[in-house]
Design a protein around this ligand. Structure first.
Ligand SMILES: [Zn+2]
Ligand SMILES: [Zn+2]
Length: 736
């Protein structure tokens, strides 16, 4: 008898081995190339270049994966992508690693080996971009444009030289910029003289600089700090007592060496970072709270010392005499033609007072100027200025975001980005920063090998990355079960679409519940796009998951099994349901794809025999009237009540469910309810005082085919099953 039930053999569990992962990734790169060479509108993401030294860490993984999710989401909205990964190549750590005063080629080949190693890590992250193309700040075309930008800034009188007190680290053997300094509050004791004026009034005097602080003291604690008063005759103070006072002092430390900086007064090259205007309204900040942080970092920035007395870096090709910088078209031409020319250039005797600058630029200028040296560089067709998006970790408010914005405002009078997204750091289970010395750091590749790339990405994609993301085995395992649940829902749908033939199915004639699902699907897409616009990918996922779990699985799938398994294959009611499932499957695979790109790629090919990346999220018009909404709402309410009392109704007594109902809805409702409450086929819908009564009339026999309870069986099966399996023509429309 079971032969007449339509049970498809479930598609196999979706698990990917490493070979499959690699082959999907290879195909992605071909596909994105095709997309990017199409006539779609473009979306530019500029990659803040990581430093080309050392192993990659979880912070890198968070950054690259969120960028990749953004790229995938934009592709499904119909964009092509302008994105070129980059590396920051100059600077002291590399000079220290290779050794001082080596040749540029020696530094270069070290940097290249570092990039190669980091690349092999990045290429494990399942990103869609082609890692073969990237920019480096040591590229000659990039460095040349940086120098061109320097000349422009000199012309705009934004660069000057000055003897000025500056922070110096003796371990770095170099001056330090604001980015390289960590400020720390320390408590320290200072000796002061205390002079009694009256019972409550004392004066504290610091003899070193002759200031006295008028203070009220009680029980040795300061009640109120008064005005600073200059004491003239400090020697004449009598009646004074030496005391120690605790004060808070701010000290500066080199953030590389954690050593206190020295103050030196030397001539250096500065960039005047003063900006007249606040960031324009057209920059959007995500999360919103970062706007103030950004504005503060830009407007509280002191002069920027851009010169370093080191070897490995971009030269500052200027001659200066005290405060005067020599401007020469000839020098500019020679140097921007070939940076190596700078070493050969010497001035004639006429300019003997001018000194050649042998310094190199601060690395933050290298990366900060990439909006000019990379985005506006004709060699990189992959990108363009301004970028739609800069997306980096929260430390970049003082770093790359700041340096980029200021230099772009000075050079272009425009922000280099339209959207600024800030993400948190990777922290351990307890929220502590990961570090080698603490022994709590986890390598991303270690997690990928353990959980698989899909699960690893999923964990990051569904975390609120505006905050720090905490990593631990426990937390990752807790999330993986969500993927399993999603996979099972998709497997069910794909399996039950195996025999689907799309002939003559007009959804406007389908059941209310089918159209309701499609209506909810449109609602879902709209909400997801809205959250994505705010870069709140974790919120989008919450909304998607709720739909999958509550609407699709608990409401729909649980009510359609009778239609899918029991009815005749070609039954319209069954085909309506399959058509609805097919539409839902397609849209859902697309919107969930940035979170589980491998699984959705495989399922999409299985179900639709084409590649998912070329798809777009499209609006579909679904007519669903207010009246229909009311009916479906009531249906869901009745179903909920029904399910809760069914459990306690083992003897199959009369069921009474009371709902407030309008008379005109009753007939439509009874049609819909049949599919929800199919275990109670002989329901009497009885409207009395606008209330609904479901009567389970004397039914206690279980049909061997459909497992429904009925009052009469023919051999082992019910009348309905008898008719379905008979081959006779069936006239009833909905139920069959
Ligand atoms: Zn240092
Ligand atoms: Zn039956």
């Amino acid at each position: 008898m079971n032969k007449t039930i339509i049970l498809q053999k479930p598609i196999s569990d979706i698990r990917l081995n490493k070979e499959q992962v690699r082959s999907i990734e290879k195909r992605w790169i071909k596909e994105i190339k095709k997309i990017n060479s199409s006539s779609r509108k473009k979306y530019t993401i500029h990659d803040g270049p990581p430093y080309a030294n050392g192993k990659i860490h979880l912070g890198h993984a968070i950054n690259k994966i969120i960028k990749d999710i953004t790229i995938r989401k934009k592709i499904f909205l119909g964009y092509k992508i302008r994105y070129l990964p980059g590396w920051d190549c100059h600077g002291l750590p590399i000079e220290i690693a290779v050794g001082s005063n080596k040749s540029n080629n020696e530094y270069k080949s070290y940097v290249q080996s570092q990039i190669k190693e980091q690349l092999s890590g990045f290429s494990e992250l399942g990103c869609i971009n082609d890692w073969k193309n990237y920019y480096m700040t040591m590229d000659s075309s990039v460095a040349k444009r940086e120098v061109k930008a320097l000349f422009k800034l000199i012309k705009k009188k934004k660069i000057f030289t000055k003897k000025k007190k500056i922070d110096f680290c003796s371990k770095c053997n170099s001056t330090l910029s604001e980015f390289e300094i960590e400020k720390e509050k320390i408590n320290t004791l200072i000796k002061m003289d205390m002079l009694k004026l009256s019972d409550k009034k004392y004066i504290l005097i610091n003899k070193k600089n002759n200031w006295g602080i008028v203070t009220l003291l009680k029980n040795n604690s300061i009640l109120k700090v008064g005005k600073l008063v200059k004491i003239r005759n400090i020697k004449n103070l009598t009646n004074s007592k030496r005391i120690k006072i605790r004060i808070t002092k701010i000290i500066k430390k080199c953030n590389r060496h954690n050593t206190r900086t020295k103050i030196l007064k030397v001539r250096q090259i500065y960039l005047n970072t003063y900006l007249e205007k606040l960031p324009k309204k057209n920059i959007k900040f995500f999360p919103k709270s970062t706007k103030l942080k950004f504005i503060n970092s830009v407007f509280n920035r002191p002069l920027w010392c851009i010169s370093r007395q080191r070897t490995w870096g971009t030269p500052i090709p200027i001659f200066y005499n005290k405060n005067k910088i020599l401007e020469s078209k000839k020098i500019k031409e020679l140097v921007t033609e070939n940076l190596h020319n700078w070493k050969k250039i010497n001035l004639s005797k006429k300019y003997s007072k001018f000194k050649k600058c042998n310094d190199i630029t601060d690395v933050w200028l290298d990366s900060g100027l990439t909006h000019y040296s990379v985005l506006k560089n004709k060699n990189f067709k992959e990108v363009s200025f301004p970028a739609d998006l800069y997306l980096e970790g929260k430390d970049q408010h003082r770093g790359w975001f700041n340096a980029s914005y200021i230099t772009s405002m000075l050079l272009n009078k425009a922000s280099p980005f339209k959207n600024l997204v800030t993400h948190g750091f990777a922290v351990d289970h307890y929220g502590s920063k990961m570090s080698k010395s603490k022994g709590n750091s986890i390598h991303p590749i270690e997690l990928i090998n353990k959980y698989g790339i899909e699960n690893f990405r999923f964990y990051i994609a569904t975390s609120n990355y505006f905050n720090d993301i905490s990593f631990s085995n426990e937390k990752i395992k807790n999330k993986i079960f969500l993927i399993k649940k999603i996979k099972n829902i998709f497997r069910f749908i794909v399996t039950n679409l195996k025999d689907f033939k799309e002939v003559n199915i007009k959804l406007k004639n389908s059941l209310l519940i089918d159209r309701y699902l499609l209506f909810k699907l449109e609602e879902l897409k709209k909400k997801v796009i809205e959250e994505d616009r705010k870069f709140r990918y974790y919120k989008s996922f919450e909304i998607i998951y709720k739909f999958l779990n509550v609407v699709l699985s608990n409401l729909y799938i649980s009510s359609i099994k009778d239609r899918l398994y029991i009815l005749r294959k070609e039954s319209k009611t069954r085909r309506f349901c399959q058509k609805t499932l097919k539409i839902i499957l397609k849209d859902l695979l697309i919107i969930v794809s940035p979170y589980i790109p491998y699984t959705s790629d495989m399922l999409f090919r299985l179900a639709f025999n084409k590649s998912i990346l070329f798809e777009r999220i499209k609006k579909r018009k679904v007519n669903f009237t207010k009246e229909e909404k009311k009916i479906i709402k009531k249906t869901i309410e009745i179903r909920k009540k029904f399910n809760s009392i069914k459990e306690n109704n083992k003897e199959r007594k009369l069921l009474k469910i009371y709902v407030n109902l309008r008379k005109k809805h009753i007939s439509k409702l009874s049609q819909e309810l049949i599919y929800f409450l199919h275990n109670y086929k002989n329901i009497i819908i009885h409207s009395k005082k606008l209330k609904l009564k479901l009567k389970d009339a004397n039914i206690h026999l279980k049909c061997n085919r459909c497992w429904n309870f009925v009052s009469f069986l023919n051999k082992d099966i019910c009348e309905r099953c008898l008719l379905i399996t008979s081959g006779k023509k069936i006239s009833e429309r909905v139920f069959f």
